[in-house]
Design a protein around this ligand. Structure first.
Ligand code: C2E
Ligand code: CA
Ligand code: CA
Ligand code: CA
Length: 282
């Protein structure tokens, strides 16, 4: 028994060590990734069920790291936030998206607003307004083509300064979306006071809709339906995230949510493929 305990301890220790090592590798890698041009962006369309048109897209960051294979944003974004690199990375994403929009515009296709994810760190620390203005002016783009996705936690914090910051962006005609809505337990009455344009129903609620019998199961439908009603009554746009099946899209259509984002219509794709999709569906 004594030996076994010791082996477990060693195993535990090794695991901790390799976790710390990986953290260090990511941190070092991130430090150089911008300069070495290892980041790139994928786009995922938002698709309207009634018109069968693309009405927007979300920019999602990808990292081609020579040492860390298949590393996902879920793993590296939190480390970029802890180290503060996320501010520079976020500015880079905004600039890339504007460059891409300008290139698409030159080809004469119909443009749709592109959403960028803004980390709370960047929203509070970096000068997000300046970065957005710089890139949109540089590329002669209408600010309404850029959408800012902020998570519920940031937007609903109740701080006067946050509302003011959002209002400034809105006055410049950037559009504002609340990401992962329904997961943050925020005070709903507060939503009325915010200058926002869109709510995104979190994927976790959509995932639970698995078959027709889910449609009438209040345990599964209560939250998505409440969010749909809320958005309608407040005059906000609505998007359901992570829609993977016909059943889920049928559910959403029936309950009154018209715009979906998810693998059912398209996974995130590179910018050339996104251009082709836009050419066909906008
Ligand atoms: P998010 O903003 O909630 O983005 C949606 C995530 O869901 C994306 O994961 C997307 O690829 C994935 N997804 C879309 N449709 C489906 C579907 O039908 N099924 C499933 N299972 N997943 C789907 P991704 O690209 O791995 O990004 C993860 C998170 O990383 C994002 O969650 C966002 O919080 C963060 N992130 C990504 N890019 C950026 C960025 O440029 N800046 C910042 N600050 N965060 C980013
Ligand atoms: Ca998002
Ligand atoms: Ca989301
Ligand atoms: Ca999320």
């Amino acid at each position: 028994a004594k030996n076994k305990g010791r082996n477990n301890y060693q195993f535990f220790n090794q695991k901790l060590e390799s976790q710390a090592e990986r953290y260090m590798l990511i941190q070092h890698g991130l430090h150089r990734a911008l300069k070495l041009k290892e980041f790139y962006i994928h786009y995922q369309p938002k698709f309207a069920l009634d018109s069968s048109l693309i009405v927007g897209a979300e920019a999602l960051l990808r990292w081609r790291s020579p040492t860390l294979e298949d590393i996902t944003p879920a793993e590296f974004i939190p480390i970029a936030e802890e180290t503060g690199y996320i501010v520079d990375i976020g500015c880079w994403v905004i600039e890339q998206v504007c460059q891409t929009l300008a290139a698409w515009k030159a080809t004469g296709i119909n443009l749709v607003p592109i959403a960028v994810n803004i980390s709370p760190i960047q929203f509070h620390r970096g000068n997000i307004k300046k970065a957005l203005l710089k890139s949109t002016i540089n590329h002669r783009l209408d600010p309404s083509l850029l959408q800012i996705e902020l998570t519920e936690g940031v937007v609903m914090s109740g701080q006067q300064k946050t509302v003011q910051q959002l209002q400034e962006l809105k006055d410049l005609r950037f559009s504002i979306s609340i990401d992962d809505f329904g997961t943050g337990y925020s005070s709903l009455s507060y939503l009325r006071e915010l200058p926002i344009d869109e709510l995104k129903i979190d994927r976790s609620f959509i995932m639970e809709i698995s078959d027709e019998s889910s449609f009438n199961n209040p345990h599964l439908t209560a939250i998505p339906c409440a969010v749909i009603d809320l958005a309608k009554n407040l005059g906000l746009n609505l998007v359901a995230e992570g829609v993977e099946t016909e059943i889920q899209s049928r559910f959403l259509m029936q309950k009154g949510c018209n715009v979906i984002q998810g693998y059912l219509f398209s996974a995130p794709v590179d910018k050339d493929r996104m251009w082709e999709l836009l050419k066909e569906y906008s």
